[in-house]
Design a protein around this ligand. Structure first.
Ligand code: SAM
Length: 283
């Protein structure tokens, strides 16, 4: 039985990392007019009011988006952050940050008439939450109560010239790293131009290495990796200390734009926060 609820983690440092990358990715892809099939394999509810009891109780947004929001005027010197924070500001009813949007909203705000969007969510309650978001009620948005990895595999090859998928599991089950690796390889093989963004947590036992080492050995031509350490763990300490992303077929120079934006954000967070990136394959 699934128990993960993203409301506890909305606006966390990992969300900042993932959603900035997703926004930058979609903006870069849309420099061309040809249609993009957009797929969010693990959608969550889509919108998270920060006043929600679960979100407030965990309070992860306080170390994540809140300091970034507070410094948004200074951060606007970076063009990608200026665009991203401007889009986030457009969702608020005033100066205060009251709602943090999840990946379905970041996809939906970028959607053009020619870009079909499929949002998969398996948890019945989370799917109900997603289904009730009126801002996502559009003909070109399908909200599907089903397994996202199987759904993405079934959609190949897509009818549009391009594909952009986000794979963002909760990793409640350890086998998910292997499942994601398998799905990534299958889609990359069937749809060679596919653009796939995968998120993973950085944990003390490095369990993400099943995924990233496997991708490095898979013979896929072009994969970029970005990791963000939020704080170092003391010896024996557990928990998530950082956030990782791998991106298949990144658009030209997106790596540099994201590195610049993330470096500015980690400076705002201060302390031990830092980011690094490299090519897992290619370049
Ligand atoms: N992508 C969201 C965002 O950035 O706002 C957060 C997603 S959260 C990390 C993972 C979500 O995947 C949870 O809502 C969980 O219920 C859902 N989920 C878990 N297993 C799934 C599966 N096999 N297929 C689709 N959704 C799944």
């Amino acid at each position: 039985m699934l128990s993960y609820q993203h409301a506890y983690h909305a606006g966390s440092f990992a969300d900042v990392h993932k959603h900035l990358a997703l926004f930058g990715l979609l903006s870069a892809l849309q420099a061309k007019t040809s249609a993009i099939t957009m797929v969010d394999t693990h959608a969550g509810r889509g919108l998270y009011p920060l006043a929600d009891a679960h979100t407030r109780q965990a309070g992860e947004y306080r170390d994540g988006i809140v300091p970034v929001w507070a410094q948004r005027k200074a951060l606007a010197a970076d063009p990608l952050l200026d665009d991203w924070l401007g889009r986030l500001a457009g969702l608020q009813s005033g100066e205060a940050l009251r709602v943090y949007p999840g990946s379905p909203w970041w996809f939906a705000q970028a959607q053009r008439r020619q870009d079909p969007l499929s949002l998969f969510e398996l948890h019945p309650g989370e799917h109900r939450g997603l289904d009730s978001q009126t801002s996502l009620a559009r003909k070109q948005i399908r909200r599907i109560h089903a397994d996202g990895l199987a759904g993405l595999a079934k959609m190949q090859p897509v009818a549009t010239p391009r594909l952009c998928a986000l794979i963002d599991p909760s990793y409640e089950v350890k086998t998910e790293y292997r499942d994601v690796l398998k799905a990534f390889k299958q889609v990359a093989k069937k749809t060679r131009h596919a653009v796939i963004l995968v998120w993973y947590p950085l944990l003390a036992d490095d369990r993400h290495r099943t995924l990233t080492d496997g991708l490095g050995r898979a013979g896929i031509p072009k994969i970029w990796q970005s990791e963000l350490v939020h704080h170092d763990l003391a010896p024996g300490q557990s928990g998530m200390y950082g956030s990782g992303l791998v991106l298949l077929n990144p658009p030209y120079q997106l790596d540099q734009r994201l590195d610049a934006g993330l470096t500015a954000i980690t400076r705002v967070w201060g302390g031990q926060a830092r980011c690094q990136s490299r090519w897992l394959a290619g370049e």
